[in-house]
Design a protein around this ligand. Structure first.
Ligand SMILES: Cc1cc2nc3c(=O)[nH]c(=O)nc-3n(C[C@H](O)[C@H](O)[C@H](O)COP(=O)(O)OP(=O)(O)OC[C@H]3O[C@@H](n4cnc5c(N)ncnc54)[C@H](O)[C@@H]3O)c2cc1C
Length: 470
């Protein structure tokens, strides 16, 4: 423990302290971990600790980086010579019935902690799909939660945010106060220049008849099924999440498919209040012209959020090494299916999976930093327990992303790694505004900026700009 400008309730672990390595990397979800190490880690116990941490860093000449759930694929919290403020112990959640607003400390996990709290109160928030993702990292980058195509980005639910700024003050930012900071908090992601203490979020009524339809096909059906899906998805009721995944067969289904071969799973999850409404909403998917070729199917079966989280958890095992990348695709269905073919019909390791996620028809976004999306989101998640697979998973991922580049509009920060590939993540206008706001709030660069191999080419698609490196 080391003295600070104000007494710390939390623990400060310095480079030479016992337990430093565990403090720095022990909470990083991705076991493919970088060499970068902070100068110190502060495990904050209170909002006052966040203020004290920011002031301490300014005194010591360290930069500041924050960590919540530890789920950023590229381990953004690990920055050389910075003070890493880890907020995972900040867990207070309060709900105001009159306004429907839930106030959530920055250390809360969306699925594991906020979702059950709200379910008990008959409320719902479109948090991330994996239960252990931290709300802070998720919300700051936009937040592609449950049924984002209909319910919108999670950041759109942010009414106000409490932030410790570079001058060491805890301020509330909303539409009327520190409105620039509020604008930036909805999309800047790891380029945000403050430590969030608390989010104030609108909630929705919990759906009363959550229902899903699932069809599983042999991967050889890829072209027919995905052409139909890409042609049809925009017509489906907006309160239905539509996903297609190339993955290994779930053991519990005992499908007649070798365990090392992938299957194509098309699933549609209806957030409705009655089974009749859910059935109507799912009808387009249930009427798939290739349904008779499915190896397995259920139509409009009741399900629960807890069940959905469990299956996400199974697909994203802990203790593994992940190489991940993503793209916003902008092309007609036939071109999309052509370009995505290898990403779906080949795989780097059996446990890896490739995701197609509908955002169609695109909703108009409010004025916030988040500003890059298209009708089809694609993300590749390669997974391995073995470090020896790293070069092959990297190569497979890079090759697949290169095939997608001609139809790539940009990417989502949440599944990105800008140290590997420079891709646009915001509109040019929004990015320019973000730089100005950042310069005003953090003129001395106390907070770390985006983690990238080349800051001068940030927010550009490398293949569209001559002379910039991938
Ligand atoms: C298994 C898995 C499933 C996922 N599923 C989804 C999904 O469904 N939808 C989706 O949108 N994304 C998803 N993601 C991506 C995930 O949302 C992002 O990686 C997100 O950044 C993780 O947030 P975190 O707080 O857990 O990560 P961390 O690594 O703790 O934080 C990431 C970054 O957020 C910022 N940050 C964190 N806390 C604070 C704070 N208190 N103040 C200021 N800045 C802070 C920092 O810049 C930090 O580097 C998934 C990731 C994984 C590993």
């Amino acid at each position: 423990m080391t003295a600070s400008t104000a007494p710390l309730a939390g623990t400060l672990v310095l480079r030479d302290d016992p337990g430093f390595e565990e403090a720095a990397v022990g909470r990083v979800f991705n076991h493919r971990r970088p060499e970068r190490r902070p100068a110190a880690v502060l495990f904050a116990e209170s909002h006052d600790d966040l203020v004290a941490g920011v002031r301490l860093a300014a005194e010591r000449g360290w930069q500041v980086v924050s960590r919540s759930g530890g789920h950023s694929w590229a381990a953004w919290g690990l920055r050389d010579e910075a003070l890493l403020i880890d907020v995972h112990k900040l867990k207070t959640i309060t709900y105001d019935e009159a306004s429907g607003i839930v106030s959530v400390d920055a250390g809360v996990k969306g699925g594991e902690e906020l979702a059950p709290f709200l379910t008990e109160r008959g409320r719902f928030f479109p948090g991330g799909h994996c239960p252990t993702v931290g709300l802070a990292g998720f919300l700051l980058q936009g937040g592609q939660g449950w049924c984002a195509r209909g319910f919108g980005w999670a950041a759109e639910y942010l009414e106000a945010v409490d932030v410790v700024t570079a001058d060491g003050r805890l301020v509330r930012a909303d539409a009327d106060h520190h409105s620039d900071l509020y604008w930036a908090a909805r999309g800047a992601g790891p380029g945000f220049f403050g430590v969030v203490a608390r989010f104030h979020l609108r909630t929705r009524p919990a759906p009363q008849a959550l229902s899903h339809s699932v069809m599983i096909f042999d991967i050889d059906e890829y072209r027919d099924v995905m052409t139909w899906l890409n042609t049809t998805h925009a017509t489906v009721d907006p309160e239905v999440e539509i996903v297609a995944v190339s993955q290994r067969p779930p053991a519990e289904l005992h499908l007649d498919v070798p365990a090392d071969r992938h299957i194509l799973v098309v699933s549609a999850l209806a957030f409705k209040d009655t089974t009749d409404d859910a059935r109507t909403a799912l009808a387009t998917i249930d009427n798939c012209p290739f349904a008779d070729r499915a190896l397995f199917s259920v139509q409009c079966a009741p399900t629960t959020l807890a069940e959905q989280y469990a299956s996400q958890y199974a697909n994203n095992p802990e203790g593994h090494r992940y190489t991940v990348d993503n793209a916003w695709l902008d092309a007609d269905p036939a071109t999309t299916v052509d370009r995505l073919e290898k990403a779906f019909t080949t795989w780097a390791t059996p446990e890896s999976f490739s995701l197609w996620f509908s955002m169609a028809p695109l909703r108009e976004l409010p004025d916030m930093a988040f500003s890059m999306q298209s009708e089809v989101y694609c993300a590749l998640y390669t997974i391995s327990a073995d470090a020896g697979s790293d070069p092959a998973t990297r190569r497979w991922t890079d090759d697949r992303m290169a095939e997608l580049e001609p139809i790539t509009a940009g990417q989502y920060l949440g599944d990105s790694d800008l140290t590997n590939r420079q891709v646009r993540f915001m509109s040019d206008e929004h990015y320019a505004r973000l730089r100005e706001i950042r310069a005003a709030y953090d003129p001395d660069g106390l907070f770390v900026d985006y983690l990238t191999h080349d800051p001068s080419t940030l927010n550009q698609n490398h293949w569209q700009t001559e002379g910039i490196q991938r």
